[in-house]
Design a protein around this ligand. Structure first.
Ligand SMILES: [Zn+2]
Length: 394
């Protein structure tokens, strides 16, 4: 008998790897990693901890590849404006929207910002998210951006949630500072900060956010520094950011409600991961984009929450899967791959996470349901029973 730390037996495993579906099998885990995944009963491994999955569904930990999880304050009161039919840009003009969160995040102490964010990290884990990308961008000035990076790192070190930091200094133009002076900081000190602290840089290129010209300046400067690129583009208007990002070799392009054919082709050529954010369409009551052409073209399509306090205050990946299947053309299987392996690709971590495979990190969910379709049909219900992160049962 070989020794393991943890063995999950009697499991209906969706590996999201070449091994496919294992109707009845086991997973052996040692030293944070997956030692073996096999069909049938366990006759080869002994371990101190055994979990009988009782035939339930076992899947890779969810990877939320696009969030704004670190911020202070709430914008729940903006719901009333939305229900009156006020548009996102109008709420922003009234001093709400991103600027309200910027003011609250600047004012919060590092400790307070950490504590508020930790509550959200716990919610992520409860709903099966074991890795989350988290963006800065509620500072719009250097000190608060640094404070956000500190909190993202502290969450990674002190909570079970694995975090990936993205520099989103160019989230919107600051309302209380000279936009040109801020742009100069972004291109100089901002990118230096990103080089030191971030895995990716990102820019919001859209109506009410950064212009195409400034987006091009920023992304080219970031690329010249060797920083991997992401973009928020085509949410409200097709300013051309999606195609530009793809031509510059961006790792992912996110939102994609409005994308031209040429931009679609550029993404396909570049291997840019399309990231869809169905929670925004749900909460902003806008049309859902059709993901089918991207899936049919064989692109590694991902889905994320875009958790943020204004346009998608939900951290539930299963809810996003359900929306994507009901409104955006995904099959349940494609939705699962989109929130695991393909989301890991959008973070360049697919060699470590996103599937249940020998040698990968043991990030595993034991669900309280039997079949994949249950995750879609039981929308709004938390179907997660047990979360295993880096081999540890949470
Ligand atoms: Zn976003």
């Amino acid at each position: 008998m070989r020794s393991a730390d943890l063995i999950i037996t009697n499991a209906h495993i969706l590996t999201v790897s070449a091994q496919g579906e294992i109707a009845h099998g086991c997973i052996a885990i040692k030293d944070e990693n997956i030692l073996d995944v096999f069909e049938g009963e366990n006759k080869s491994y002994q371990a101190e901890t055994l979990i009988d999955a009782k035939g339930k569904l076992v899947i890779p930990g969810y990877v939320d590849c696009h969030t704004h999880l670190v911020h202070a304050g709430s914008r729940a009161h903006e719901l009333q404006y939305r229900l009156q039919g006020m548009r996102y840009q109008e709420i922003q003009k009234k001093g709400g929207g991103i600027y309200a969160t910027v003011r609250a995040t600047r004012a919060a102490s590092a400790e307070d910002l950490y504590r508020q964010s930790l509550e959200r990290a716990r919610l992520c884990l409860e709903h099966g998210t074991t890795t989350a990308e988290i963006k800065t961008g509620y500072g719009l000035e250097p000190d608060t951006e640094k404070k956000m990076f500190d909190v993202i790192r502290r969450l990674n070190n002190e909570s079970a949630l694995e975090t990936v930091a993205t520099f989103l200094g160019p989230h919107v133009y600051p309302e209380d500072k000279d936009p040109d002076a801020y742009m100069n900081w972004l291109l100089g000190g901002g990118l230096d900060l990103a080089k030191e602290r971030a895995a990716f840089v990102d820019i919001y290129c859209d109506a009410g956010a950064y212009s195409f010209e400034d987006t091009e300046k920023f992304l080219r400067a970031a690329k010249a520094k060797g920083l991997p690129l992401k973009i928020h583009s085509g949410q409200f208007e097709p300013l051309g950011g999606t195609g530009l990002a793809a031509e510059l070799g961006a790792v992912s392009a996110d939102h994609l409600d409005h994308v031209s054919e040429a931009e679609f082709d550029a993404m396909l050529r570049a291997g840019t991961v399309p990231v869809f954010l169905p929670g925004c369409s749900y909460y902003l009551k806008t049309a859902y984009p059709d993901a089918r052409p991207y899936l049919d073209a064989g692109m590694p399509v991902a889905i994320a929450t875009d958790y943020n306090p204004g346009t998608c205050p939900s951290l539930s990946i299963p809810m996003m899967m359900s929306l994507a299947v009901m409104h955006m053309g995904f099959t349940p299987g494609e939705a699962l791959t989109a929130v695991t392996l393909n989301a890991a690709k959008a973070l360049r971590r697919d060699h470590r996470i996103g599937s249940i495979e020998k040698g990968k990190q043991a990030d595993i969910l034991i669900c309280e349901t039997d079949e994949l379709t249950d995750l879609i049909t039981l929308f709004g219900v938390n179907t997660i029973g047990t979360v295993v992160k880096k081999g540890a049962v949470l």
